[in-house]
Design a protein around this ligand. Structure first.
Ligand code: DQA
Length: 148
């Protein structure tokens, strides 16, 4: 199976951006963790992408419709604001797993709303980079269950 992992705005700065919240690992470290996880979990392929641009993320969501077995998405700030991202995700039939490094529910009020959660099969948040590991594992489990 192929798992697409999409990352929203500012996540390219991971490791240097508010490290007291997001930690010191870089996005490249997170990508390596996802690839290792998928490899150990039955040899799945990870396509890992990041953009600061809403339209780019939407184009990639459209691509996932035909190219991915499941989608893991950390929408970052757009998760709290983007109806367009929600609409794009609604066009998918593959399982969607929402993923966050921090736990938005434990932070400012404006982070409590997610436009992605209603279309996600589940949300993994608050475990730092390990959120991605758990999200990839969850996505692969959902793919396997669907294949049975
Ligand atoms: C985030 C949480 C969001 O509230 C924030 O806007 C981000 C990162 C996380 O991974 O913890 O950019 O999605």
């Amino acid at each position: 199976p192929v798992i697409h992992v999409l990352n929203g705005p500012n996540l390219n700065l991971l490791g240097t951006r508010e490290p007291e919240i997001y930690g010191h690992d870089t996005l490249a470290d997170v990508q390596a963790l996802c690839e290792r996880t998928a490899d150990q979990d039955g040899g799945a392929t990870v396509v890992f992408r990041q953009s600061n641009h809403e339209g780019k993320l939407i184009d990639w969501i459209h691509q996932a419709r035909t190219e991915a077995s499941a989608l893991v998405i950390n929408p970052a700030g757009y998760g709290h604001t983007s109806v367009a991202l929600l609409d794009a995700l609604k066009a998918l039939t593959i399982p969607i797993v929402e993923c966050h490094l921090s736990n938005p529910a434990a932070r400012e009020r404006f982070r409590h709303r997610s436009y992605v959660s209603p279309v996600a099969r589940g949300v993994i948040a608050g475990f730092g980079p390990q959120s991605y590991e758990l999200a990839v594992k969850a996505a692969l489990t959902l793919v396997r269950v669907a294949d049975k």
